[in-house]
Design a protein around this ligand. Structure first.
Ligand SMILES: NC(=O)c1ccc[n+]([C@@H]2O[C@H](COP(=O)([O-])OP(=O)(O)OC[C@H]3O[C@@H](n4cnc5c(N)ncnc54)[C@H](O)[C@@H]3O)[C@@H](O)[C@H]2O)c1
Ligand SMILES: O=c1ccn([C@@H]2O[C@H](COP(=O)(O)OP(=O)(O)O[C@H]3O[C@H](CO)[C@@H](O)[C@H](O)[C@H]3O)[C@@H](O)[C@H]2O)c(=O)[nH]1
Length: 327
């Protein structure tokens, strides 16, 4: 069983990863600066407060815990914010990751699992997005993640740092036990924003663009349940610990949903209307991002079980009504 340093363990996906690691018998050690994460979300192992930009603090944490592996979730990850503040994204994501990668190598911790994104692919007309698709990101967020992937390749060549890169599609849903869930402040992701509109926490949902070249004019995304996604990470850890080679895996279901289709699916789950208006496009958004790969299934043995749209909305809705972090 492994001790795993989980950066961003107080965030949405990292907290679910800690739960899955603990359930698989591993020990997750959260490293987080709580900039967008929550102390209340750290429930499955110890936490170390610290910033990726603070190399000395990272060295201290590696020396204290001597982790066997790193799972690196900590990042800023909003497309709209990245368009407005690219410096923030290059500094936090790329410089922070470089510090972490150097600290891991210095500590001899050579198994590294990284959260990348399908936003690294950018716009591709009628092309199936698999792991070999050229990466041409449309925004500083995707560009920062592509850069980190390149750093990992260089550090493997020079220092032997073995890595699994997961390129997530859109992550949704929540722990069905209601222990952890999605709580971004401010929230910008489609499904939680939509549920806030449903219960009146916000006046309504604005659809960002209705003139895309898609059947109903709205953007299409591939949504994957956070619990399925973190299960793949546990398999990725096993992969590295079994001595298998560095590898990139898309994590998506291969099914695309337009914004309007997500709204329609929500009505069936909540039995309520989604108050919404139609607005302009959001800068940096690609028209369609849908995975065309089954590599994670065939090579890792990943079997998503909760990634249907009604299940993801139902689990998000349960968390929305019953779960909240205070701090
Ligand atoms: N949510 C999605 O749909 C999605 C899709 C693709 C990729 N990702 C990637 O998954 C990862 C996790 O996303 P999330 O939705 O859980 O985000 P989140 O904001 O909930 O979690 C990120 C965590 O990282 C921490 N953090 C950020 N900068 C830090 C720093 N410099 N030092 C220490 N801690 C820091 C935050 O406090 C937070 O707890 C990110 O790398 C993101 O790019 C997310
Ligand atoms: O109020 C809203 C929020 C979103 N959308 C649309 O819904 C879709 C999904 O948007 P969102 O939930 O914000 O996710 P993305 O911008 O697709 O980005 C997410 O998914 C990416 C992978 O596709 C990750 O890399 C990012 O970290 C993660 O934020 C997009 O077309 C948005 O324009 C709206 O129309 N109105």
């Amino acid at each position: 069983m492994a001790k795993v340093l989980v950066t961003g363990g107080a965030g949405y996906i990292g907290s679910h990863a800690c739960k899955a690691l603990r359930a698989a018998g591993h020990t997750p050690v959260t490293f987080d600066n709580f900039s967008t994460g929550w102390r209340d979300a750290v429930k499955f192992g110890p936490a170390e407060e610290g910033d990726l930009l603070d190399r000395a603090r990272l060295d201290e944490v590696f020396a204290t815990h001597r982790p066997d592996a790193v799972m690196h979730f900590a990042a800023f990850s909003q497309v709209g914010e990245a368009m407005a503040k690219p410096g923030l994204y290059w500094r936090n994501n790329v410089m922070g990751s470089l510090n972490l990668i150097e600290a891991a190598v210095a500590a001899g911790c050579m198994d590294f699992v990284f959260s990348s994104t399908c936003a690294t692919y950018g716009e591709h007309d009628n092309v199936v997005l698999d792991e070999e698709t050229p990466q041409q990101p449309l925004n500083a967020y995707g560009a920062s993640k592509r850069a980190i992937e390149e750093i990992l390749r260089d550090f493997e060549a020079a220092h032997g740092l073995r890595h699994v890169i997961f390129r997530y599609f859109n992550v949704a849903g929540a722990d069905p036990d209601g222990e952890v869930g999605e709580h971004h402040r401010p929230e910008t992701h489609l499904i939680p924003v939509m549920l806030e509109a449903v219960d009146g926490t916000r006046p309504g949902l604005t659809i960002h663009g209705t003139d895309y070249d898609t059947p109903d004019g709205t953007c299409i995304r591939d949504y994957v349940h956070v619990c399925d996604l973190v299960d793949a990470h546990v398999l990725g850890l096993d992969w590295l610990r079994a001595g298998k080679p560095s590898r990139v895996f898309n994590l998506g279901t291969g099914t695309g949903f337009s914004v309007r289709q997500v709204i329609d699916a929500s009505r069936a789950v909540t039995n309520r209307e989604v108050p919404h208006t139609e607005g302009p496009r959001r800068a940096g958004d690609a028209t369609k991002l849908v995975s065309g790969s089954t590599r994670a299934e065939s090579e890792l043995g990943w079997h998503p079980t909760r990634s249907t749209m009604p299940q993801m909305i139902a689990d998000a809705w349960l968390w929305h009504r019953t779960g909240r972090y205070e701090s």
